[in-house]
Design a protein around this ligand. Sequence first.
Ligand code: FES
Length: 581
Amino acid sequence: MSRRNQSDDQPEATGLKKGLTSYGDNGFSLFLRKAFIKGAGYSDSALTRPVVGIANTGSAYNPCHGNMPQLLEAVKRGIMLAGGLPLDFPTISIHESFSYPTSMYLRNLMSMDTEEMIRAQPMDAIVLIGGCDKTVPAQLMGAASAGIPAIELVTGSMLTGSHRSERVGACTDCRRYWGKYRAQEIDDQEIADVNNQLVASVGTCSVMGTASTMACLSEALGMSLPGGASPPAVTADRMRIAELTGAQAVQMAHDKLTIDKILTPDAFENAMRVLLAIGGSTNGIVHLAAIAGRVGLDIDLQALDRMGKDTPVLLDLKPSGQHYMEDFHKAGGMATLLRELKPLLKLDALTVTGRTLGEEIERAGPGFAQTVVKSAADPIYPQGGIAVLQGNLAPGGAIIKQSSADAGLMEHEGRAVVFEDAADLALRIDSDELDVTADDILVLKNIGPKGAPGMPEAGYIPIPRKLAIQGVKDIVRISDGRMSGTAFGTIVLHVTPESAIGGPLAYVQNGDRIRLSVSRREISLLVSEQELALRRERTPVVVPSAERGYKKLFLDTVTQADKGVDFDFLRAPQTKGTVPR
Ligand code: FES
């Protein structure tokens, strides 16, 4: 779908002639545009080249993008070496720890910013530089809707640090050490010491959290160069990938390799396989659903579950395994993983190189001995990392990351201990008065897309302090929220429909029995339908709303987890099919 020039009758205008500002005289519009850019010192020769926009997400609030100046220089070098004209522009940048109330609340805003700036400004191709969790999905969503040739470059992972000779990295170890501190196993001095070591450089989290997951999924989708997912942020390999990305963007502009040719059902199926095989973040499902929705595709969650049964977890990275992203890179990165997964992949899917995924796997060569990517015969975990649950508690589905759950809790029935919302949780979770045992099931309501709002990563409910001190390391937890990809535990997430719009979760009460059976893919509230109807009548749910601004837009239009938590009006107007086909 090559995009038609919006202000010009010529459908195939290129370079600076694209998208002329509406003055009623296109000749004058171009004349004026050139006059202004010449004010920045550009020559006529430079201005006749293919224009490659670069979405610059550098921000002092986003240390995960702290290598942006070097990346920009390398991308621009690549574009110019290939004969193009690079023009970078800023967009919203979102960091997990600097976004109130939660980064997910802003992802769709960033996608709109990215889409509209691609549409508004003249460019023949776009290099998207993202990294921190929500930025890559936001960019892919926006670019998918804008429709021009697009290529993703991730900032790369941070280096690992060392605490008292133990290797540490954000953020699985952040949670592990905080858990130790809550359980009074380490003191104030040690928690302060470890705080200095968890993030050893700029770059994205060093484990298989959401950022690393989205980096791998972007390569699996064919949206990043082969080898683009794994180089750490501060390495020469990362800069070389940046230069090559710039050069490839120029080629894509020449070839008119638009994003719809890459984001096909086969590409999404490959991404789903990879998500399962890397033990990827549960957020990856939500983001894939949102990106797919932009090109008119629905992700079939039941099919994802079936795919999980024959897709082993191969990547030995925290939180499912032991290693960090820099180890994955040294082990050959995605080429090593894709080679092992090859029998399960759709090899004809096109990538940003203009070659298919199968051709790229061949070009990567035979591989070498390493210990980070396991063989299909000797996996980390025999089934995919994520299981899709259903039952009367989650008629629209829920998920659990089984690869990082306690095997002893995956078949469990227990008594519900209910928290009405995040504030209630904060107030009571550490109270000595809390009536809770290790056999109970913690239930947290109102942290779904509309509930919080923004579906925060509060699904990783902390172990109540009184249990943590007794040495309890895991307990079944259920919510309609999300969880950081760096977290671990027997945690049921994305319960759909959410409690804030009257899903069954809203009517769970303290003392109710709940049954979780991962083997049967079941999540059931053992309360009769008559009793639930009574509760609905007695305390009807009031759906959250807002008077004005972005919050109003968000609450009025946000979809549920199975549709990617995208705004309904941003999805493609027509659904073309489901993935996998
Ligand atoms: Fe940015 Fe983890 S906080 S990737």
